[in-house]
Design a protein around this ligand. Structure first.
Ligand code: LLP
Length: 430
């Protein structure tokens, strides 16, 4: 997302000042840029088109990264398909106007209810991860008198070299079917009357900055696809998953989409199977920020704490993965006759939640003071989607900037809504 600065109003997203957003909708608030979302999608599309995949490659946005209806709708209008992992995400995609025929359903466990809903919607494919799931899906499809399109998610046993919590392609992971066991499972799938074998898929991990492990995985996948074709089980698509990383740190080099995809697409060039991609983070991560206000500054003997109104419940990534997010001052609060604090100090940027793990950034050199607005960058992916109500904190508002226009795409929750589903016990009869 492109941020610009004005001396008087601080940071802008497209044509809108972050101070205006805070004044209208309060903080904490997620802010997305329509232009940045569109650009990220277009970069994928252009990279595919330039490599000759204009007709037979489908970008299925991984909904888990950010499942806001406005964002799903925007991608649907750009022609995207969707990668879902639950019946809830299926309902969201349909509510946002997504085309069910462009949905792939991933995940290591799907309930029968979810299978039924996806079959009724007519999705493109179920990405199946075990023999039991094949058996169950065959039974559910049989009950509905239909046939379920399937692909098998194979686990190629390559090390994606990313954080262990978001690494999925090693044998030790719960994900996928060991590549050596996959051929036998394809034979089993082909024997089941209510399944149609369509494809293969593979996703080795997330926040990958080097395409080499993904390219290595493709080699293994293609060897299996060719073996299947020789055994009279040709596949119609190859789903290469998501995983491309983004720049979180100003000093960290991030790959351009075209460069990351090049060695992968090179291996797929000239093949007759259709290609599916499942990018999440790289489509939304740098199109969003979390706007927050410094509530209290608390100088300490060892550390200076800046306590902000966003917390680990709003953006969980630092607490969960020790993830780094750039934090910048979006605007200074300057009263009449005051001058802004301009000398930098080292700060712990923390939230008000009662946990020592509630930090958004360590050791940040910033010129900040109480009342200032901060922007936590690269928060468009796995930010709001992973937010919780811990400490009975209403989830943040979300807004989308479109040029000079500002749209509220999710209003802030109220406290009353947080316990609206609960009830107390009846009075005990004596
Ligand atoms: N396809 C499958 C089957 C996946 O499991 C994932 C992500 C994706 C696609 C999208 O991957 P992406 O392009 O976003 O890397 N919460 C973590 C990330 C978890 C990723 C889970 N799977 C984080 O905040 O870093």
């Amino acid at each position: 997302m492109r941020l610009t600065t004005s001396h008087r109003d601080g940071l802008f997203v497209e044509g809108v000042a972050l101070t205006d957003i805070a004044a209208r909708f309060g903080t904490p608030c997620y802010v997305y840029s329509r232009a940045a979302l569109t650009k990220a999608y277009t970069q994928y599309r252009n990279a595919l088109n330039a490599q000759g995949f204009s007709k037979h490659a489908l970008i299925c946005y991984a909904v888990k990264a950010n499942s806001s209806l406005a964002i799903l709708n925007l991608f649907a209008n750009l022609g995207a398909g969707f990668d879902i992992v639950s019946g809830g995400e299926l309902a969201r995609v349909i509510a946002a106007g997504g085309n069910p025929e462009k949905i792939v359903f991933s995940g290591v466990g799907k309930s029968r209810e979810e299978m039924r809903a996806a079959l009724a919607a007519g999705i493109h494919c179920f990405n199946v991860e075990s023999a039991s799931e094949l058996t169950q899906l065959n039974a559910v499809a049989g009950e509905l008198n239909t046939r379920a399109p399937i692909s098998l998610r194979v686990n190629p046993n390559v090390d994606p070299k990313t954080h262990p919590y978001i690494s999925t392609g090693l044998k030790s992971a719960k994900f996928g079917i060991a590549i050596d066991a996959a051929f036998a499972l394809y034979q089993y799938a082909a024997s089941l009357p209510h399944l149609v074998v369509k494809g293969i898929d593979c996703h080795i991990g997330s926040q990958l900055l080097d395409p080499a492990p993904a390219a290595e995985a493709i080699d293994k996948v293609l060897a299996l696809v060719d073996q299947l074709a020789r055994a009279n089980m040709p596949l119609s698509h190859i789903d290469i998953g998501g995983g491309m990383g983004i720049q979180y740190h100003a000093d960290e080099p991030a790959p351009a989409v075209a460069d990351y995809l090049a060695p992968i697409l090179e291996k797929l060039a000239g093949r007759k199977e259709h290609i599916i991609l499942e990018p999440g983070r790289s489509l939304v991560g740098n199109a969003g920020l979390l706007l927050t206000r410094v509530m209290v500054t608390k100088p300490g003997e060892e550390k200076n704490f800046a306590i902000i109104d966003a917390a680990m419940n709003d953006l969980m990534r630092p607490a969960l993965y020790d993830a780094y997010h750039e934090i910048v001052v979006a605007s200074k609060k300057v009263g009449a006759g005051e001058t802004a604090q301009t000398s930098k100090q080292r700060w712990e940027i923390v939230g008000p939640v009662c946990e020592s793990g509630d930090f958004l950034g360590h050791d940040r050199d910033l010129a900040l003071a109480e009342g200032d607005l901060l922007a936590i960058l690269s928060a468009g992916a796995y930010g709001m989607a992973m937010a919780s109500n811990y400490n009975t904190r209403p989830r943040a508002a979300e807004v989308m900037v479109d040029g000079n226009h500002l749209h509220l795409i999710r209003r802030r929750e109220t406290v009353a809504e947080l316990f609206a589903l609960e009830s107390v016990l009846p009075v005990k009869a004596t």
